[in-house]
Write a protein that binds this ligand. Structure first.
Ligand SMILES: Cc1cc2nc3c(=O)[nH]c(=O)nc-3n(C[C@H](O)[C@H](O)[C@H](O)COP(=O)(O)OP(=O)(O)OC[C@H]3O[C@@H](n4cnc5c(N)ncnc54)[C@H](O)[C@@H]3O)c2cc1C
Length: 370
């Protein structure tokens, strides 16, 4: 049976960033991807925002990796000429009742080390974005946007240039501990088994199912994953703002915000719709909720200006109404299986944090120099 030093399951942005990190450290790496190309999952169904790091609790993995990831991602995009723009973002309080929550975000940002947040009274915010309506705003200059496809393409190219191999149409269907690592079962047209020294389960929405399919991982060690769908609507015509505009966050999401793509087109979303199964259709009936949410900060939104666009699904470790949970990075200490790493609940800011998460994991696994 073929033996490979490191196997990364999943060619989303996280698996690709990790494969790159490991390959650049001189490790032998295979990426096993169920689909016929990279990035068909959550990594191509998100807001493409490079977050600055003010939303997550101080000391959380999300906060640390978001801050580090923000800097590394800008540097990487510049070095590899990946489309991106440091456009900045405004988080807006829509009435006096939201000022305290906005102050809370500012304080949390400061506690996390986000140094450049600026509090803007209404007049200053409107001077920046004349079509905006708000009581006050928080300006984050280091928030930006990135071409997520270009990013994944560059990560894969780097990984391959350092010897990694991506194998598509290769779903991992199970595995078990074996001498020298883990024996993995791969389905697809030509099912096979391989022996892997270390396995990194970066299967996104399927990561918990993959973890459960590895014999020796106790069922109680793998948390339930709750699916929180986020729907997007696109805007016909010119974008009203030149920066991203976010409301004060809602439970389980950042609120229906305006993001821009690199061509300057505006889209709104994602909302939060708890679902039982993966389905990316956008229900046109949800438009009413979007109009109401957007008009709180952009009263000029015309009737019929929104069209259903696309959806993504967040793999959340918390269910509706539960407190927010951190990323869960599970090594042997978490489940008892040597050489297996499960990445669970990798929702936002997973895109921003892909490089820092990859680095942290490679260090934890002892596979790259400090
Ligand atoms: C609505 C929404 C908006 C978001 N907005 C942002 C944002 O603006 N900024 C930000 O930083 N983050 C954002 N995120 C989070 C970010 O998109 C994710 O954290 C990130 O894309 C996760 O990447 P991943 O590689 O873990 O997962 P995925 O991209 O889902 O990749 C997992 C891969 O594993 C493969 N796979 C699954 N099962 C198997 C198997 N058995 N064998 C082999 N392969 C398998 C899948 O086919 C897939 O290619 C958002 C997420 C959502 C849902």
């Amino acid at each position: 049976m073929e033996r490979i030093e490191c196997v990364v399951i999943g060619a989303g942005v996280v698996g690709l960033a990790l494969a790159r990190e490991l390959a650049m450290a001189g490790r032998e790496v295979a990426i096993l991807e169920a689909e016929d190309r990279f990035g068909t999952g959550t990594s191509s169904r998100n807001s493409e925002v490079i977050h600055a790091g003010m939303y997550y609790p101080a000391g959380s993995i999300k906060a640390r990796l978001c801050l580090e990831g923000n800097r590394s991602l800008y540097a990487y995009c510049q070095a590899r000429e990946i489309g991106h723009r440091r456009c900045g973002k405004l988080i807006v309080a829509s009435g006096p009742g939201q000022l305290e929550a906005l102050r809370g975000i500012q304080a949390r940002g400061l506690a996390n080390g986000v140094q450049d947040l600026q509090w803007l009274e209404r007049d200053r915010a409107l001077a920046m974005e004349p079509l905006l309506e708000c009581e006050a705003a928080l300006f984050s200059p280091s928030t930006g946007i990135v071409d997520s496809h270009g990013l994944m393409q560059a990560l894969l190219r780097d990984a391959e240039a350092h010897g990694a191999a991506a194998v598509f149409r290769s779903p991992v269907t199970g595995g078990e501990p074996a001498a020298g690592g883990l024996q993995l079962e791969i389905g697809g047209a030509e099912p096979m088994r391989i022996l892997a020294g270390q396995v990194f389960n970066c299967a996104g929405l399927q990561a918990a199912a993959v973890a459960r399919a590895i014999r020796g991982v106790p069922g109680h060690c793998v948390p339930a994953v709750h699916l929180a769908k986020g729907n997007y609507y696109s805007l016909a015509g010119a974008a009203p703002f030149s920066r991203l505009v976010y409301p004060v966050p809602e439970a389980a999401g950042l609120g229906v915000h305006l993001t821009l793509d690199l061509g300057g087109q505006a889209r709104f979303g994602p909302d939060v719709e708890w679902v039982d199964a993966i389905n990316y259709d956008v229900d046109p009936a949800r438009a009413d909720g979007f109009y109401a949410a957007i008009r709180r900060y952009w009263p000029g939104l015309r009737d019929d200006a929104l069209q259903p666009a696309y959806a993504g699904i967040r793999p959340k470790l918390q269910g509706p109404g539960d407190a927010n949970r951190d990323f869960l990075i599970q090594g042997e200490a978490g489940h008892g299986v040597k050489g297996l790493w499960n990445l669970l609940g990798i929702e936002s800011p997973g895109l921003t944090a892909c490089l820092s998460l990859a680095r942290m994991l490679a260090l934890q696994a002892g596979l790259c120099p400090v």
